[in-house]
Ligand binder design. Structure first.
Ligand SMILES: [Zn+2]
Length: 325
């Protein structure tokens, strides 16, 4: 399938701290033919090109026909990409510590050349993914604020940023669990874990960065709790933000799920992308009973300012107050 090439590819970049429901959200959005979800492109260089991990379709990266087409279209084949050069460039551009610089209105000639070249790699991948699928919008769930700030400098990219937030206590509980990574083919590997205090720092830094970005790019804020309370309304709202028409077919999976939903050709992300079962949206509240009291106290205090801002307060937390972004 191919579509007329979009001069300016449109990307819905899902930002925020991991474990906020982005994999579920992208799978839901990708059930529509006009949306192509590619997972977390920020990890492509190391996990896909480097370690040849499995794509969301189940194939290894090098055996996935979709990613081969994307590589051919974007770069004339993945072998033309100098991975070490990209990783060195990524280190100079796409790091949380570079955000204050990327937030400025001007850069030095050298910095501008670097960030434009880095953003161009992603723009090429997005354009190729759209050409390969005939979709109109590509969803990149990379989440890192530093990449969103880099993409803001891209030439010829229609960037729309979704800032996904979730109660810091739920996020801390999730980052404390040991989860095996099913995309690893050789041997066994686990998703990283972080202490409640580390998660608190990351959560605050990522969220603060997306507030900073909102003055410089198109940013829509969405709470995980509002998404899980109203998945259909969320899909409608996000499609509108992405400039897509209302599509009742896009919502059919919620009321009338097929036995095996479409699996996305996605890089990295939650193991959920391999499940292959019916897609159900349900708020995960395990943290309420399982996050140890001391951890909860640490996270509650360390993330207080943004919890107030997002309405995550009190014992019942996210149920009691709803702030619409
Ligand atoms: Zn694939």
């Amino acid at each position: 399938m191919s579509a007329p090439e979009q001069a300016e590819p449109r990307v819905l970049f899902v930002g925020g701290l991991g474990r906020s429901g982005s994999t579920l959200l992208e799978l839901l959005l990708a059930q529509s033919a006009d949306v192509c979800a590619v997972g977390e492109v920020v990890h492509l260089w190391e996990r896909a090109l480097g370690a040849d991990e499995r794509c969301g379709c189940g194939e290894r990266f090098t055996a996935c026909p979709f990613w081969q087409r994307v590589g051919d279209h974007a770069f004339g084949g993945w072998s033309a990409v100098d991975r070490d050069d990209v990783l060195a460039l990524k280190d100079r551009v796409d790091r949380t510590r570079h955000i204050p610089r990327l937030a400025k209105n001007s850069l030095s000639a050298e910095q501008l050349a670097d960030v434009r070249r880095y953003a161009d790699l992603y723009t090429r991948i997005y354009r190729a993914a759209l050409a390969a699928t005939g979709a109109r919008v590509v969803v990149d769930s990379s989440k890192h604020a530093s990449l969103a700030f880099a993409l803001r400098w891209a030439e010829g990219l229609d960037l729309r940023v979704l800032h996904l937030v979730r109660d810091s206590r739920a996020v801390a509980y999730s980052w404390g669990k040991q989860v095996r990574r099913p995309e690893v083919v050789d041997g066994e590997d686990f998703m990283p874990t972080f202490s409640p205090f580390e998660v608190s720092k990351l959560w605050t830094a990522q969220n603060a960065a997306f507030h900073l970005l909102a003055a410089r790019a198109q940013v829509l804020r969405l709470r995980y709790e509002d998404f899980t309370a109203d998945p259909a309304g969320t899909v409608r709202r996000l499609r509108e933000f992405a400039g897509l028409p209302d599509d009742p077919e896009a919502l059919r999976i919620l009321t009338d799920p097929p036995p095996a939903p479409f699996r996305a050709h996605s890089i990295a992300g939650n193991p959920l992308r391999f499940s292959g079962g019916p897609l159900t949206v349900r708020r995960d509240e395990a943290w309420r009973s399982r996050l140890p009291r001391r951890s909860r106290a640490v996270v509650s205090l360390a993330t207080l300012p943004f919890r107030v801002r997002y309405g995550y307060l009190g014992q019942r937390g996210s149920d009691e107050s709803v702030e619409k972004a």
